[in-house]
Design a binder for this molecule. Structure first.
Ligand code: ADP
Ligand code: ZN
Ligand code: ZN
Length: 716
């Protein structure tokens, strides 16, 4: 199908002045919804329609020859929103696929993908035709251009601390091979670019992007985190503007204002943006001339949306690339086992960058066996000494601990009391409060906050002690150990204000920090030139987690954080503190050996029948009483065994497990349970889910619970 197909309108038979329209609306009903209009309309047009007592923005999905219900019930649309061209057929296909695959109404896929101003009727109300948010945006932009010669966002260079910028390095041999292999591709092909951190994957993306831009096509480059965009943004502007023209980059992520988001979207849809850099939401951006998709850090869990439409932007990227018949580049030092398996089977082209682009040696990894050591506040003498040495040499150190707050729990030394959230089955975490010296207790599940009691609520003892440690406590301890050092903590607490993460990272790049303490936020992507040492505290916490993907995540995280050390100079060093140094995962880490980790891990998944050797979906329910949630799930589980069995031809190929309470069963006073379904055949699972999800809505028990169905869940 080409973009001109939108001009051929199937409903044009309606010469009598009535055209039937099928419209997608963001309402929790299966739809589609029928409306009529006096003139033909292209699928992909936005319209405002009456719905009950409300007015809603919808998207025309079909122009059928006949309506699906009695025409007397069909209302006319209120208004056609023609301030943007209709969404192209490929965009509509992507939304249709996502709706079908994740078993959600089409409107709940399409409308939330749009920037808010495009889906709010109020943005158009009282406006004459031709007015509205897009018109206001254009007017504002024209005004700004009249004032200054340069468009406003071309001038706004965000970070200047990168040395990737305009100077183009000479590619090394492996990069050359990778770029040539990508250049030789015709049509759809997933490519795994497997490169250790610092191996110059970005350089390969840039060359591939440049080729595609030179052919007059658009590039979508996805990154997992907003925090990573400024550095990459500056690089992209510096390097790609020369090919695609100044101002040809647009950036899309959830940290933008509605206006900024609208502008990026509109520029992408009109083809003014030639490169779109964005987080997972950008997979739904309209890119009529899309020629290449790049998914950086493809293994990253941030590509999975965790509420509403629980999509995987990585998986949708592959679908979209197949649909557009274009290549898709998946880059990672530690690919997901799903992707690795595809590469092993030869379905994905694997390109390898095995060496670091700058420092020739990878950092030396050492395991510090904590079992025989006198630890100080969770830190080994070795680590403290190593930090001291780096300080003397004027180099930076990173202390990594994936736990924010001061201490995970407060406890009473004389009785068994521990600080607990009254609304959740969880501890409250001790945090340093905003006031001087004051601490507060905070629940990381529901946000509940309480003052620290002066005495134990159970026994009255005043000796309440923090147990364990988080980043705040480590920061405090480091400042006692190294009073002369400049210490900076980066975690979700220290970066809460908009833009603060960017300025904190900038101060690290500028060399204003000696010791950096941080959670996984600091592990990703950043190219800290002066960082020589990485210390990892409490890595074992994830080793024995319940989730079968925990080892995979731990390995990726350790490789990633280790990759921050010694990127620009030799002598980089990583100290991992563990009580289990003999574990295979740590042994593979010592050797920087992803394949050595992935091989056995995949073999184990195969022998236990876990993904990627099986496909899963998770039905989750929550209710005031656990029994209600379990009852709903049990009814759902038994549906295919009852009189509806005929609707489930693939039920035999699908395993339905028993409903179980979640590990943290109560959150914000709601009790939660889940039911896993699984099949070795994706089509069999999909067929099952289609029939099942339609019936779940009808179950009487459904009205007593909040439930959701998640396809390809990442956490179980
Ligand atoms: P990755 O994304 O694989 O972690 P980057 O693309 O960030 O690695 O590259 C790491 C560093 O190496 C960057 O500073 C980059 O400019 C530099 N670099 C990349 N390719 C080359 C090259 N061929 N020669 C010299 N430096 C390079
Ligand atoms: Zn007590
Ligand atoms: Zn809570």
């Amino acid at each position: 199908m080409t973009d001109t197909d939108v001009e051929r309108l199937p409903g044009m038979a309606a010469q009598q002045g009535v055209v039937w329209l099928r419209v997608a609306l963001d309402v929790p009903l299966p739809g589609p919804f029928d409306y009529r209009h006096a003139a033909p309309l292209a699928p992909g047009m936005r319209v405002i329609v009456p719905f009950g007592r409300r007015r809603l923005v919808g998207i025309v999905t079909d122009v059928p020859a006949a309506p699906s219900i009695d025409p007397v019930h069909i209302k006319p649309i209120d208004r056609v929103l023609d301030d943007l061209p209709p969404f192209t057929p490929d965009w509509l296909r992507l939304a249709r696929f996502a709706a079908a695959y994740y078993h959600r109404p089409l409107g709940e896929v399409m409308l939330p993908a749009l920037p808010p101003p495009l889906r709010k009727p109020s943005a158009y109300e009282g406006q004459r035709s031709g007015a509205g948010p897009v018109a206001r945006l254009d007017a504002k932009h024209a005004k700004a251009q009249a004032k200054t010669a340069t468009p406003p966002d071309a001038a706004a260079t965000v970070a200047d601390d990168t040395d990737l910028a305009p100077v183009e390095p000479v590619l090394n041999a492996e990069q050359e091979i990778a770029v040539a292999a990508i250049r030789a591709l015709r049509g759809f092909k997933p490519v795994l670019l497997h490169g250790v951190t610092g191996s110059g994957k970005t350089e390969v993306y840039l060359r591939a992007a440049r080729d595609v831009l030179a052919q007059g096509r658009q590039v979508l480059l996805m990154v997992p985190e907003i925090n990573l965009t400024p550095q990459l943004e500056a690089v992209l502007r510096g390097r790609l503007d020369a090919v695609a023209g100044p101002g040809s980059l647009a950036v899309l992520h959830s940290g933008l204002s509605d206006g900024e988001r609208l502008r990026a979207w509109v520029r992408a849809q009109r083809g003014e943006a030639r490169v779109l850099l964005g987080t997972r939401m950008s997979i739904f951006a309209p890119l009529p001339e899309l020629g290449l998709i790049v998914v950086d850090e493809e293994h990253d869990a941030s590509y999975k949306q965790q509420d509403g439409l629980r999509y995987s932007a990585r998986d949708l990227a592959i679908w979209r690339a197949r649909d557009r018949d274009i290549p898709v580049l998946l880059g990672s030092a530690t690919p997901s086992l799903e992707t690795w398996q595809q590469a092993e089977r030869g379905r994905y082209l694997r390109l390898t960058l095995s060496a670091r682009a700058k420092a020739s040696q990878p950092p030396a990894v050492r395991l510090v066996d904590t079992r025989r050591l006198a630890m100080k506040q969770g830190m080994s003498p070795q680590l403290i000494e190593a930090i001291g040495k780096r300080l003397e040499r004027g180099e930076q150190s990173l202390v990594f601990l994936n736990r924010r707050g001061y201490a995970p729990v407060l406890h009473c030394a004389s009785c068994a009391w521990v600080s607990q959230c009254p609304r959740c089955t969880a501890f409250t975490v001790l945090h340093r409060g905003p006031g001087p010296g004051g601490h507060i207790l905070q629940c990381h599940h529901c946000g509940y906050q309480a003052r620290v009691p002066r005495a134990c609520p159970e026994c009255g003892d005043q000796d309440l002690q923090p147990m364990g440690r988080g980043t705040q406590r480590v920061e405090e301890h480091l400042s006692q150990l190294f009073p002369q050092a400049r210490i900076l903590r980066i975690d979700a607490d220290s970066t809460r204000r908009k833009g603060s993460a960017q300025s904190l990272f900038a101060s690290v790049h500028a060399g204003e920090v000696d010791i950096l303490v941080g959670t996984q936020m600091v592990a990703k992507g950043h190219d800290f030139a002066r960082l020589g040492l990485v210390g990892v505290l409490n890595a074992d916490a994830m080793l024995f987690a319940h989730d079968f993907r925990a080892p995979e995540r731990l390995f990726a995280q350790l490789m990633q954080v280790a990759g921050r050390a010694g990127r620009h100079a030799e002598g980089g060093e990583v100290l991992v503190q563990t009580g289990y140094p003999e574990q295979p995962i740590y042994q593979a880490l010592l050797r920087h050996d992803y394949a050595g980790f992935a091989g056995p891990a995949l073999a184990e998944r195969e022998s236990t029948g876990l993904p990627p050797f099986a496909h899963q979906a998770l039905l989750t329910a929550e209710a005031r009483e656990l029994a209600q949630a379990l009852e709903f799930l049990q009814t759902a589980r038994d549906l295919p065994d009852g009189e509806m069995a005929g609707s489930f031809p693939t039920a035999d190929a699908v395993t339905r497990y028993d409903p179980v309470p979640l590990r943290v069963v109560r959150v914000a006073n709601m009790e939660r349970a889940q039911l896993l379904v699984e099949s070795t055949s994706r089509p069999a699972l999909q067929a099952f889910l289609s029939a099942w999800s339609a019936m779940l809505h009808e179950l009487p028990a459904a009205s007593r619970v909040r439930w959701q169905l998640e396809v390809d869940p990442l956490e179980i």
